[in-house]
Write a protein that binds this ligand. Sequence first.
Ligand SMILES: [Zn+2]
Length: 254
Amino acid sequence: MATSRLYKTDAIVLSRFELGEADRVLTLLTPHLGKLKAIARGVRRLTSRLGGTLEPFAELHLVLARGRTFDVVTQVSVAHAWLHFRDALRPTATAWYLAELTDRAIEERHESFAFYALLRRAYELLDTGMAPDRVARWFEMRLADELGVRPEIDRCVECDRTLEPDDAFRWVPALGGVLCGRHAEPPAERLALSLEALKLLRAYRRLDAQALAALRLPGAVEAEVETAMRLFLRYVMEREPRSRAFLDEVRAAR
Ligand SMILES: [Zn+2]
């Protein structure tokens, strides 16, 4: 095999599906080659050298061979395994949700270093034990930024007036953020937003993860912000991630 067909990259597994008797096709996120699909041959056999290491929620060092349809994984070693959260259902379901959002956010073979760094950081945060919901909101806000659809939370999306504490806020994803009380109800999907929820959205924009992890917040305000970001991303990405339903089930079971 000519060595020029081989290349090395770091990667995080975003998703995978089984192919044939023993193969698996992986969707990989890499720092510099974007998102790509690769095949791991024979990986589901017990004797496979690759099998145990090609797991999600880890940063992998890979050697790939260029192939006609998919590139082929020839070597793998684990650079960082974020193992602490794998045994717990809720952080694991959150990790799948973040991976799916990332998968949906970028095209194959497009530059994606910012997305790689963002997902990697989110997994680190989950692994340190930060509340999965907070990691998810932190991630969603930054993902929106990277997609170039940063929600407007300081000024009214319609009249550009600075939002005042005594205003009536409406969250309108189709307009890109918060609508002040001066305007009629828009025909688009909207959500009444409390001042506390608006402040929390701003906190997610401005505070680093450590500061966010330490906040003490009423559950109702966190739920409001969760719904707001959910509607926003559903609008931006045109449909809801499939893993979101699983995450809802896991959370309802608590
Ligand atoms: Zn306005």
